[in-house]
Structures are given as C-alpha cells and as structure tokens.
Design a protein around this ligand. Structure first.
Ligand SMILES: CC(C)(COP(=O)(O)OP(=O)(O)OC[C@H]1O[C@@H](n2cnc3c(N)ncnc32)[C@H](O)[C@@H]1OP(=O)(O)O)[C@@H](O)C(=O)NCCC(=O)NCCS
Length: 178
C-alpha cells in the first residue's frame, strides 16, 4: 500500500473568480434633509462626493470581496442640483478591472417623491484598488462583461484609464520625476 500523499491543490487566485458587472451593482437612496444642504437648499457638493465614494466602495467590495481604497475620482460633473425634500438616488457598478485596480461608474439622480420622476444630476468615475491588511495592492477577480452596455462601459473605461495614466505620466515627466 502506498503512503504517498497527494499535494494539496494550489489556492485559487483572485483572478480565478469571474464576476459579472451586473453582480457588483449598488443602489443607495436618501431623502435630502436640511443638514445635507447649502445656503441655496440644494445638496452640498462635498456631500454628493461622499455619497458617491460610499456607493462606489460597496460596488468595488461586491466585486473583490476584499478591502479597497479610493485611488482616484475623476470626471465628477454636477449637471443639476438635488433639492431639499427630494430623494437622492445613486447607482454604482464596476465598469472595468485591471490587475489590482478597477473603475466604478456612479450615476446620481434626483427623484421627485410625489411624481417618481428622476433627473440625472451627476456622474462620476472612480478608481479603486484592492488592498491587503498592509494596504498593499492585491489582485482583483476577473470582470466578465455580458451585455452590450457592459461591453461598451468596459471599452470606454479602458480609454479613460489610458488617458488617466498618460495624464499622470505627463505631470510626472514635467516635474522631472523618474
Ligand atoms: C491606491 C494605492 C494603494 C496604489 O498604490 P501604488 O503603490 O501606487 O500601487 P501601484 O502603482 O502598484 O498601482 C496599483 C494599481 O492602481 C492603479 N492606480 C494607482 N494610482 C492611480 C491613479 N491615480 N489613477 C488610476 N489608477 C491608479 C495602477 O494603475 C495599478 O492598477 P493595475 O494593478 O490594475 O494595473 C496608494 O496610492 C494608496 O494607498 N493611496 C491612498 C488611498 C487612500 O487613502 N484613499 C482614500 C481613503 S480610502
């Protein structure tokens, strides 16, 4: 009888997990209270930023199942205000994933509680990085777009990432960084 023991299978890497963008969705809603507002009775921009960051972080963690940090927030456009007494609706989803980073798109809308009509007020794109307990970047799972829209968002996110990295490289070069 053989006493050979079979070597244990290697632990699956994060990349082995395959996640659909749809499964990372996060929707958050708030009734806009006076404490959320500026002197114009519309939501303070910093409050919108904070809501966006939280909503994006939940989507990122639904994707990675790890800790994540915000690396960058760009293209935050305020198209319309969100007024006191209305409902703020945020929807986030992972658009693209690289080795350790991912892009999350967030759409912000104002919903009228009496008519249900929603108006888009902001969009934002954030880069999150998955990190370990030492806050070092770690691999993320594979993102597998399925629908036409998911493929479009993935492609567009690749363009934004290329622009972001090129922009960072230009700034570093202009400062004489290595
Ligand atoms: C984000 C952070 C972990 C990245 O660390 P780093 O040493 O620069 O790591 P790397 O250079 O290996 O980059 C890791 C990934 O992030 C991406 N990245 C880093 N900075 C980026 C930026 N400004 N824009 C876009 N992508 C960025 C890299 O392209 C890389 O992606 P990839 O692995 O998918 O190819 C580090 O900068 C950090 O800790 N920042 C502070 C985060 C924080 O405090 N956020 C606020 C509170 S959550």
């Amino acid at each position: 009888m053989s006493h050979e023991t079979k070597a244990p299978d290697p632990a699956p890497t994060k990349k082995a997990r395959v996640v659909r963008p749809f499964d990372t969705r996060c929707e958050m809603t708030w009734i806009v209270m006076p404490g959320d507002c500026n002197a114009l009775d519309t939501v303070f921009g910093g409050q919108v930023c904070s809501w966006i960051d939280v909503c994006a972080a939940v989507a990122a963690q639904r994707f990675t199942h790890t800790d994540v940090v915000t690396a960058a927030m760009d293209q935050l456009v305020f198209k319309a205000p969100i007024r006191r007494g209305k409902v703020a609706v945020l929807q986030a989803m992972v658009n693209w994933a690289g080795r350790t980073s991912m892009e999350i798109g967030v759409r912000v809308e104002e919903e009228c509680p009496t008519t249900g009509v929603r108006t888009q007020t902001s969009t934002a794109y954030l880069t999150f990085v998955a990190v370990n307990s030492a806050l070092q970047p770690i691999e993320v799972p594979t993102l597998a777009p399925h629908t036409k829209d998911e493929h479009r968002r993935f492609r567009e996110a690749e363009h934004r990432r290329a622009d972001r990295l090129a922009h960072r490289a230009r700034i570093q070069a202009s400062r004489g960084a290595p």
